[in-house]
Design a protein around this ligand. Sequence first.
Ligand code: SF4
Ligand code: SF4
Length: 404
Amino acid sequence: MTDWVAELARCTRCGACREVCPVFALTLREPDVARGRLARIEAADASGRLTHADRRALTRCLQCGRCREVCKADVRVPQIVRDAKYRGGAGMGAAQQSITYLLADPERLRKLTDRARQFAVALGRATTDGSGMRLRFALPYLEAGRYLPKLPKQSYLSRTTGRTAQGERRLALFLGCGAGRIFTGVGEALDTILATMNLTAAVPEQACCGLPAWGMGADDAAREALANFLTAFGGESIETILSPCASCTAMLQQEMTEALSDTPLADAARIVAAKVSDVFVWLRENDFHPPRLSLRVAVHVPCHTRRGVRGGDALTPLLRATGARIVELPAETAADCCGMGGSFGVFHPQEAREIGRKKMAAMLAARPDVIVTSCTGCLVQLRDLADHFGATVPVRHGLELLSG
Ligand code: SF4
Ligand code: SF4
C-alpha cells in the first residue's frame, strides 16, 4: 500500500481547495476542506491515534476530487482520506460492515436483494413518476422521505447471467449492483445498442465491484469483492469488459490495482483492469452510430468520470452526435458533485441533499426534457433531488437515451 507521508508533507496549506470543495461551501468550516482534513490526518499520524472526532470527520469528505483538480502540489486528497479511513475504521458501524460483506459475493447479494424486495412495499409509498418509493419512516442511515428506486420483479442479472458472447468481439458486461440488480433498463438498453452492431456480450456471474466497501475503508470486504470479480472476468477469452456505471469503472480501472497491490492477485488485477472500459468510451471508439434525438438534455457528469475513468466523459459527445441540445449549466455548478459521494450520502444524508440541491436547481432552471447521467449511484441521488423539487422531468441513464 502507498505510504502517504511524503504526499501529506507536500500540502503547502495554500487554501486553493477552499474555492471548490462542496462540503466547505456548505459549512464554511476549516475541518471540512482538504487542507483541514490533511492537517487532521497528519496530527493523528504523529500522535499514533485517530480520535472518534477524527474518524467522524473523515466521513465528511465526498471524495469527489475537486480539490485535486486545483491543487498545484498534486496532493491526492481522496486517496489519502480513504486510506486514513481504513487505518482508523472510520465510523464503520455493524450495519455498514454487514452491508459491505453482503455485497461482495453474488449469492449473498442475491439474497439481500430478494429480502429487500419482500419488505419494500411496507417501507414506502410510490413516487409520482412510479420509478421508486419514498420511505415512510427513518431506517438506520436512511432518513424518512428518502427516495429509493423500485426493485424489479426480475433483475437484469437474474435473466442474463451465464449468457455467452456472440459476434466478432469477445465482450463481457460488468453491470454493478445498480444496473445489475435494480435498473433493468440499463442492461436492456446496452443489449439493444450492441444488437445494432451484431454483438452480444457475455454476462458472467457477478456481485459488487467493491467500491462501497473500499470507500468506507472496509478493505477486507473490498478485496473479497475484487477477488470474486477477477475469478469471473479474469479469463483470457474476454477481450473487453464493458461497464455502464462510472463509479464501478473507476474502481475497476484505478482502485483495484491499489487494493490488491500487496496480494497474490496483483498481476491479475493489472491485466484485467486494462480490459475494463467505460461503455460510452467504448461506443465512441467502436463506430457506434447514435440515433437522432430531438431533446433538451441536462447531463450530470459523475465525479468518478471526471477523475477516475479512462477516456473521461464520452456520454456528452455521444449525445451531441444524436442532435440533442445539451443545456449549458453555470460554470460554478457544472462540475459539482450530486452529493451522493459514496458513504457521505450514508453518514450525512441531509448535507448530501443540500450539496446536490444546487446542482439540481441549475439543471431544472435550464428546462431540460430529460436529465441524464452515467452512474447508477448518481441516478438514485438525482431522482431523490428531482422528487424533492417536485419536478416531473425524467432522470435516465445515458444508455437508455442512446438505445433510441
Ligand atoms: S490546494 Fe493542495 S496544497 Fe493547497 S491547501 Fe489544498 S491540499 Fe494543500
Ligand atoms: S474530495 Fe471533495 S469533499 Fe473531499 S476535500 Fe476534496 S473537494 Fe472536499
